[in-house]
Design a protein around this ligand. Structure first.
Ligand code: PLP
Length: 374
């Protein structure tokens, strides 16, 4: 009996079926158009999506890529980052951010995050720029733009590349500038991102035309014409089918972002001043890929369990900071190296904030959180 009640009041982290239902006719037409065209790789759909994406984001160029991970990898390759090089980045991100640095043979050099935004702290990052540094990879975590201006200045004066991991931050701005317009940004269309595809996908966006051309070469094994390879690249292409489907969703992105912002405001009003709970800093330009609260006094997992009992989905981004991941053990880090990131990892909890959730769902989550804190 009580299960039925729980079922009725549950809140999922996302409901892509509901998000896509009003677009079903257009999505099916787009898929049929590609099937009928017989062209599945780098055709009219990818080219049109790239133009539409660049225009929507206010950047000069967009290059469709197979995933957000490959977009980061292609950017490192385009900048010639390789063995012996160091790349400064954050310890609080998805593994891909550091994984791609290791994959090109370079060394990830971590710098701690800011305690409020959880984004890379610019002064700490700049301190870590040694003689072998070749680039900074800054992550716009949870949809909140990091402070890129001081990083950009440091990179320019030292001749380093600034790469933005904007997998979670499509449409965000930093000091009024769209992500990707300061250095170059990697976007992800993984289904849970703000603009999710129907499988894997990504893009590089930038105002630097020469860099965009280089990334476009690298995504097809560096080939300029049939069988002529100017660079060693990879197969990093976005499919025609994904591009056609993403073109249907792109015009709705800004409306969906506004819904996420509305949910964030609703949480902020409902959860203000709860002892034991810290809300993410307010920010009108954040696109809220995640709404991540911090639960004090070691009660994070207890709150997650209490919400799970009511079938409210939560997630932990990220339980283990990158410097403590087994795959990067050779870097020689230990607990205590990046205390701000480690403290966050023990306290963060993501609450449902997807565009397709309605106000009632957000209120249910907020009520359940409030009841947990007496
Ligand atoms: C999702 C994500 C990626 C990787 O994107 P994929 O498309 O899944 O390869 C990279 N960095 C961050 C911060 C992400 O959230």
């Amino acid at each position: 009996m009580s299960d039925d009640v729980d079922e009725a009041s549950g809140v999922p982290s996302a409901d892509l079926t509901a998000l896509h239902a009003p677009l079903a006719g257009e999505l099916e037409a787009a898929a049929r158009r590609v099937l009928a065209s017989g062209r599945f790789i780098l055709g009219a759909e990818v080219a049109a999506f790239e133009r539409e994406l660049a225009a929507a984001l206010g950047v000069a160029r967009a290059v469709g890529i197979s995933s957000g991970t490959d977009a980061l990898l292609a950017l490192l390759m385009a900048h010639g980052v390789g063995p012996g090089d160091e790349v400064v980045t954050t310890p609080l991100s998805f593994f891909a951010t550091a994984g791609v640095i290791a994959r090109v043979g370079a060394r990830p050099v971590f710098a701690d995050v800011e305690p409020d935004t959880l984004n890379l702290a610019p002064d700490r990052a700049i301190e870590k720029l040694g003689p072998r540094a070749r680039a900074i990879v800054v992550v716009h975590l949870f949809g909140r733009a990091a402070r890129t201006a001081p990083l950009a200045a440091a990179c320019t004066s030292r001749g380093l590349a600034l790469i933005e991991d904007a997998a979670q931050a499509i449409g965000a701005t930093s000091d009024g500038r769209p992500v990707g317009s300061v250095g170059a940004a990697a976007l992800s269309f993984f289904p849970s991102k703000n603009l999710g595809g129907f499988g894997d996908g990504g893009a590089v966006v930038t105002d630097d035309a020469a860099l965009a051309d280089r990334v476009a070469l690298l995504r097809s094994h560096g080939a300029t014409a049939r069988m002529r390879h100017e660079l060693v690249g990879g197969n990093f292409r976005l499919d025609e089918l994904q591009a056609a489907l993403l073109r249907v969703k792109l015009p709705h992105l800004s409306r969906w972002t506004e819904r996420r912002r509305g949910h964030a405001r609703r949480y902020r009003a409902a959860l203000a001043n709860l002892p034991g709970l810290a809300l993410p800093p307010d920010d009108d330009t954040c696109v809220w890929n995640q709404f991540v609260v911090r639960v004090r006094d070691g009660r994070r997992d207890e709150l997650a369990r209490a919400l799970a009992k009511r079938k409210i989905a939560t997630a932990i981004y990220y339980a283990t900071p990158l410097h403590l991941q087994p795959a990067l053990a050779s870097l020689g880090h230990g607990a205590g190296d990046f205390p701000v990131a480690e403290a966050a990892a023990a306290e963060v909890l993501a609450l449902p904030v997807a565009a397709e959730l309605d106000d009632t769902a957000i209120d249910r989550v907020a009520d359940a959180v409030r009841q947990f804190f007496p």
